[in-house]
Design a protein around this ligand. Structure first.
Ligand code: ARG
Length: 476
């Protein structure tokens, strides 16, 4: 029977790391310092990192090929145990790393104890988090594409649907509903770019930094980086170049949280619009019933719970960014246990963002647009006033003067509660004699929309061009 405390973790009174300690940890301290009940989520990355490390140790003749074979066999069994739910996670073994290593040693003996040669939990955990996060970021990138595709699709169906565009939530100018949806496509496209950029810095190898200073063993860090796919676009291995920095900084996690927070803010803005548009006062859209809930007291209610929750969850993701960045503040080099606190906010950020993107891609596909309600609203707030000013400019008036003429016209129309287009030609001419019958085309919603054909404008011809660009980009 081995005397190594790792072999019989539950029998021993001291902790996994050493015989140095003369008294056991209290139950409370053990629970306070342990992370296994959340960081066990990193198990796949932990095993992947350990196997890459072990293969390199063997290639460098630091451990034997037999030891490597034993480690591989042990890890295969552990994988199967974890996947089947049979693995016995032990709080006394503190974290995912010590749990897996202890089980490995139980299974394969001394070979298991050799795995940690030239390695520390400090570079191990930094590697695990990076590997795990990289995988999640790739999933998130895919979900962002799905959401953009859904938005492009609804945009495509509604290029000619006109709603009032708002500034200050006051009716401003008519815009195409397709154009409005494409505004969010732009936001989510940038979110995707931001993630792709952060990924480059996530995808860099800490292993080899050991506890903080590097190690005396002749490790081949490039080999490990290659094995773990930590390479740049040209296939060059990406290895953290300073051991102190490698084990201690979590800026990659902060950057990810920042990108996630920005993305959630975009989701939250969209949520706010869906909620407003679905209200009785607007009535612009209908969200499929499966994304809404009823009220326990008011039988008539259909509440947009999904967008409301997404708006609410944005607060929590922004909070995680604050948590992570504050966690890093004032930490001296190198590793400090503070960093164990990076995991829960990171995990929750990933979960929240993934769930939200998934549900939004589905929900956008379930939106019913009500074009009549939108057009009715667009006809209300003098949305084509700018078009009258532009018309006068074409007749030779300086824009500022035209602006003044239109202000008088709007004042007069609103006194009688009619739209500019409903004023008789003679009345319009009383504000400026250059006005002719063709003004009514300029004052129509459609005329206004068609006129805004600068690149990136709301004219259907521009919106269609943008849809084509997005389709090509998203392969949709
Ligand atoms: N559970 C630890 C963490 O998440 C692993 C690293 C522990 N290292 C140490 N020196 N105590 O950060």
């Amino acid at each position: 029977m081995s005397t190594n405390p790792l072999d019989n973790p539950l029998d021993r009174k001291s902790q996994a790391w050493s015989a140095l300690f003369s008294e056991p940890m209290s139950e409370l301290v053990q629970r306070y310092t342990a992370s296994v009940f959340f960081d066990k989520r990193l198990w796949q990355a932990d095993i992947q990192g350990s196997l890459a490390h072990a293969r390199m140790l063997s290639a460098q003749n630091i451990i034997s090929v037999q030891d490597l074979a034993s480690i591989e066999r042990g890890m295969a069994q552990i994988t199967q145990e974890i996947e089947s739910g049979a693995f016995d996670w032990k709080l006394a073994l503190e974290d995912v790393h010590l749990n897996i290593e202890a089980r490995l040693t139980q299974l394969v003996g001394d070979a298991g104890k050799r795995l940690h040669t030239g390695r520390s939990r400090n570079d191990q955990v930094a590697t695990d988090v990076r590997l795990w996060l990289r995988g999640e970021m790739d999933l998130i990138a895919g979900l962002l594409v799905e959401l953009q595709k859904a938005l492009v699709q609804i945009a495509d169906k509604n290029v000619e649907v006109i709603l009032p565009g708002f500034t200050h939530l006051q009716v401003a100018q008519p815009v195409s509903f397709g154009h409005h949806m494409l505004a969010y496509v732009e936001m989510f496209a940038r979110d995707g770019q931001r993630l792709a950029d952060v990924r480059k810095r996530v995808n860099c190898l800490p292993l080899g930094a050991a506890a903080l200073a590097g190690t005396s063993y002749p490790l081949d860090r490039d080999m490990v980086a290659r094995a773990l796919g930590m390479v740049d676009e040209s296939g060059q291995p990406q290895v953290c170049q300073n051991s102190l920095d490698a084990v201690s900084d979590r800026d990659f996690a902060i950057e990810f949280a920042a990108a996630a927070a920005v993305c959630m803010v975009h989701i939250s803005r969209l949520s706010e619009e869906l909620i407003i548009w679905m209200s009785q006062s607007f009535g612009f859209i209908h969200i499929a019933d499966r994304f809404t809930t009823g009220s326990s007291i008011m039988p008539q209610k259909k509440n947009p719970d999904v967008p409301e929750l997404a708006r609410g969850k944005t607060g929590r993701v922004v909070g995680h960014l604050m948590g992570l960045i504050t966690l890093m503040k004032a930490q001296p080099l190198a590793y400090n246990k503070d960093n164990q606190e990076d995991k829960e906010p990171l995990f929750d950020t990933v979960d929240t963002l993934k769930d939200t993107l998934r549900i939004f891609a589905e929900m956008v596909g379930g939106i019913t647009v009500k074009p009549e309600a939108m057009e009715r609203a667009a006809l209300k707030g003098y949305a084509t006033a700018t078009d009258l000013a532009d018309y006068l400019v074409k007749k030779g008036l300086p824009f500022r003067d035209a602006h003044e003429v239109v202000a008088h016209a709007v004042k007069s129309a609103s006194a009688t509660g009619v739209d500019l287009s409903e004023l008789p030609l003679a009345v319009l001419q009383s504000f400026n004699p250059t006005i002719e019958a063709d003004v009514f085309e300029a004052l129509s919603l459609r005329g206004s929309l068609n006129a805004r054909s600068t690149l990136g404008g709301t004219a259907p011809v521009q919106v269609r061009a943008q849809i084509a660009r997005h389709r090509a980009r998203l392969a949709a």
